[in-house]
Design a protein around this ligand. Structure first.
Ligand code: SF4
Length: 127
């Protein structure tokens, strides 16, 4: 990523990579990222990614046709850029799936064209 894409300002970010939960301070100083407060390299990487391009695992539900339950819990198989979450939720809201479904089944492949799949978080049988 070029320096021009680094956001301005600073952020205090709680590292969630391990239970220690260090508070990582990330600051853009004249286009250079200054990262402090981390106790290890993983925290530095996490702070940098959260500051520049935050991502999240998306968890939600998809409607099920003729299922034992009307909805099935799902999640993205890898984290999704935060700015893509709304579009992803929109596509998921327009989707309906049919049982039987096994936990881990891919229910939406390459959601909104990303290299991300939406997968089932549980098994679901027919009604
Ligand atoms: S910086 Fe390292 S030690 Fe601190 S919470 Fe993150 S992973 Fe854990």
């Amino acid at each position: 990523m070029s320096e021009s894409e680094i956001p301005e300002g600073s952020k205090d970010i709680r590292c969630i990579v391990c239970p220690t939960g260090c508070l990582v301070h990330v600051e853009n100083v004249n286009g250079e990222l200054i990262i402090e407060g981390h106790s290890c390299k993983r925290g530095e990487v996490y702070g940098r990614e959260e500051f520049i391009a935050p991502k999240r695992i998306l968890t939600t539900t998809i409607r099920v046709k003729n299922g034992f339950l009307p909805l099935i819990p799902v999640r993205s198989d890898i984290p999704i850029p935060k700015e893509k979450l709304q579009d992803t939720l929109r596509e998921i809201a327009m989707t309906e799936v049919k049982p039987p479904i096994k936990m881990g089944d891919v229910l939406i492949e390459k959601v909104i064209g990303l290299d991300v799949n939406i997968i089932a978080s549980r098994d679901l049988i027919e009604a």
